[in-house]
Write a protein that binds this ligand. Sequence first.
Ligand SMILES: C[S@@+](CC[C@H](N)C(=O)[O-])C[C@H]1O[C@@H](n2cnc3c(N)ncnc32)[C@H](O)[C@@H]1O
Length: 249
Amino acid sequence: LNLGKEALIRARLGKRMRSLGISTLPEYCRLLRSAEGEEEIGNAIDSLTTNFTQFFREKDHFEFLVQQALPGLQARRGTPIRLWSAACATGEEPYTIAFYLEKHYPLKDGWDWRLLATDISQRALDKAIQGIYPEDRLAMMPQDLVRQVFQRGYGQSAGLYRVKKQLQDRIRFQQMNLLEACPPEGSFEVIFCRNVMIYFDRPTQERLAQQLARALVRGGILFTGRSESLNGLAHPLRCLSPSIYQKQS
Ligand SMILES: C[S@@+](CC[C@H](N)C(=O)[O-])C[C@H]1O[C@@H](n2cnc3c(N)ncnc32)[C@H](O)[C@@H]1O
């Protein structure tokens, strides 16, 4: 975290601290470091992370994925296309990827794809795994697509929509701290790591950009958030447009 975030941290952790009867940050830190504080770490992470996301957020990326990235990578029927949504929050990003792939690279036509979706926040991941969203979250989506990919709730579940199971089953959700672990070299054709680097300081951003580049195959594509530029960081990626990068082939 950048210096200057102390007030934010205090505000975010304040609710947890009050509920535990703790009044100072050093005291809370002592709890987190102690054996009995192990369970509290998850709560601290959930409080500190910003999980804002949306279906179809920065829609151009998904269009680029199906129209340029995958054709450019010479994706072939029968050979799995491997993708990673590296800070998936409550699931809207990986599900949007899945909607696009289902439409343009359908299983029934012999296409195969594997999507890994990870996040540090277990609370966010639990929502992603549930795959249930209130109607207003789907406002960005065309109605025919909503009918195709969601099951509409009735009775007590009216107003809620659940991602269809056959689509959900194709995504593997997993908790992962991007700063501690990274999948092995050459694991993915495409990585989405959007709107998370912005929270890290420059040296951490640089280290992460290098790790993500390593996890891509040659020619693979990395999407970052629109406001996150890798400009000025040392990394081996070629910039195709301000938030789209390619590993040199
Ligand atoms: C603002 S959301 C972005 C969600 C999605 N990628 C998008 O663009 O809509 C940022 C996500 O990054 C996650 N995050 C923050 N630090 C992380 C870390 N060190 N490792 C993995 N995920 C992290 C947060 O839990 C949060 O869900």
